[in-house]
Design a protein around this ligand. Sequence first.
Ligand code: C5P
Length: 232
Amino acid sequence: MGKDVIIACDFDSAEKTFAFLDQFTGKKPFVKIGMELYYAEGPSIVREIKKRGHKIFLDLKLHDIPNTVKKSMAVLSRLDVDMTNLHAAGTVRMMEAAIEGLTRPDGTRPLLIAVTQLTSTDQESMEKDLLIEKPIADVVMHYAHNAKVAGLDGVVCSPLEAGKVHQTCGEQFLTVTPGVRFADGDIGDQKRVMTPAEAKKIGSDYIVVGRPITAAADPVAAYERCVAEFVD
Ligand code: C5P
């Protein structure tokens, strides 16, 4: 599995997205389409970006009853995305149903990645709101283990958790890590961050980078800097 930099295209319209992607003449970065862009533009945005030759991580974080997730995953699989995701909190049975739905008649399927506990959830809110009273690090590893048992390919996690996830679930189990910032860059609203070089050292398989590239004065140069630090 090749290491890669995934650009989070957190835009609210196709127009802004294409204005951004048009700057990458000759290059086809792996892009993440999240809820904002997908809900604004619908499946046509996925087809159009795919037609331009980009790989796509469709970040819609499904969480519903197994039958609904299975049928929805079948629809997303037909959109020919390369990676998609769900909430591990939906249980092992829901994740198994997702794999079934995602698998095409020829046996191929997009990579499927689980969200464990959102990084916006802390120990206090997990205990108070969700009545989960174990240490959050253990909960994250348990959810990662469940994802592996269900046959998923990996998890979205903080780069700080990537090493432990690989220890628990094996080196082949993918870690897709947001919260990446350049050493001399703005942290913004992210709390626990790592540079692309540090994420590489700790064993992340994919880094998801948004604003350090999308809000840069020269987005192409910022993307190339990420690739140079993380992949090359
Ligand atoms: O702009 P920035 O680099 O912070 O973007 C990170 C991307 O990764 C955003 O699309 C954000 O929603 C996503 N993400 C995250 N933390 C998570 C899961 C997803 O930052 N735990």
